[in-house]
Design a protein around this ligand. Structure first.
Ligand SMILES: [Mn+2]
Length: 307
């Protein structure tokens, strides 16, 4: 089915969202390897990514190397979230594949399945239905997306389809545990220091239903933090029993970045949308130019409406 939409194009560019996460990167690379295998002229572009992903097959092949007849936008809910909006607009035709409920269907063809836990899971089944051989390298990239978007099979709408994908890709030799450890479980000393700092900053509010923590710019500077070193902090504070929503704020050069998590009872995508952000029911975020304490108070007021 997917091939019906792609067959006619020889020059293809693949991209995903800004600040790419494991699902964005995994889906871009899996699609790249899939199209290369079909003899297409294909390129991909990515924003700067965390070094933990540098083991992924094909990631060193980044860069625009061909004309663009077709652009494939992955894991991205709207045009303004794309890492390379200007290149997207140059293409005559577009396909979007995504699992964000907030997807605005901005492509000519939109494969949006918002019940799926990762774009990589959508891709797996599209590839499997297309009769094109799925290679071990493609499998590594696909599992990378599933593992990171579900925080190591702990959150998100995991179903028997997810475990079927894990089972079938394991048969190809994909080491799921290793990918999970590399991307979600293992921490560098820098990450551990930031986690330590964030845990000591943590507060529990509204009868322990909201967990809040933050990192200041100087906390990041102190350990010389690298891109993505804050990943996992917000998930950690959500793990405390009784917490329904976790808030993590971090000072960045673009303003304060907010990450929100829930177990699903409270829709943090709705909370984020009040600040022009987006995401999923269980995981959302945004960046805003606002003083941290003021933002914290506004967020708590917003979340209180749903508690
Ligand atoms: Mn995703």
């Amino acid at each position: 089915m997917l091939n019906n939409y792609i067959m006619d194009y020889d020059n293809i560019l693949i991209m995903a969202h800004k600040r790419p996460d494991g699902d964005a990167i995994g889906s871009v690379l899996a699609m790249y390897l899939y199209l290369l295998g079909q003899g297409k002229r294909v390129s991909f572009v990515l924003d700067e990514y965390a070094s933990v992903f540098s083991f992924l097959p094909g990631i060193d092949k980044q860069g625009l190397k061909n004309d663009i007849d077709l652009v494939i936008a992955l894991d991205t809910s709207s045009i303004d979230r794309l890492s390379h909006e200007e290149l997207f607009k140059k293409a005559k035709h577009s396909i979007g594949i995504d699992h964000h409920p907030s997807n605005t269907k901005y492509c000519d063809y939109n494969f949006v399945y918002d019940m799926e836990p990762a774009t990589c899971q959508i891709l797996y089944y599209l590839f499997r239905d297309s009769d094109v051989l799925i290679t071990k390298d493609m499998g590594i990239c696909l599992i990378n997306g599933l593992v990171t978007d579900t925080n190591g099979f702990k959150v998100g709408n995991l179903t028997s389809k997810s475990y079927e994908m894990v089972y079938e890709l394991s048969l190809l030799g994909v080491d799921v545990k290793d990918i999970c450890n590399r991307t979600v479980v293992m921490k560098t000393r820098k990450q551990f220091s930031l986690l330590h700092k964030a845990i000591s900053n943590a507060e529990f509010l509204l009868d322990g239903k909201i967990a809040y923590t933050y990192l200041k710019k100087e906390d990041m500077d102190e350990v010389n933090a690298l891109l993505g070193d804050h990943e996992g902090i917000v998930d950690m504070i959500l793990n405390v029993i009784g917490v329904e929503v976790a808030i993590f704020l971090m000072e960045t050069k673009d303003g304060v970045m907010a990450s929100l998590r829930s177990h699903g009872n409270i829709d943090v995508m709705k909370v984020a949308s009040a600040f022009n952000g987006g995401g999923h029911v269980c995981a959302s975020g945004f960046t805003i130019d606002m003083e941290m304490t003021k933002l914290k108070n506004k967020l708590i007021m917003e979340i209180e409406k749903y508690l």
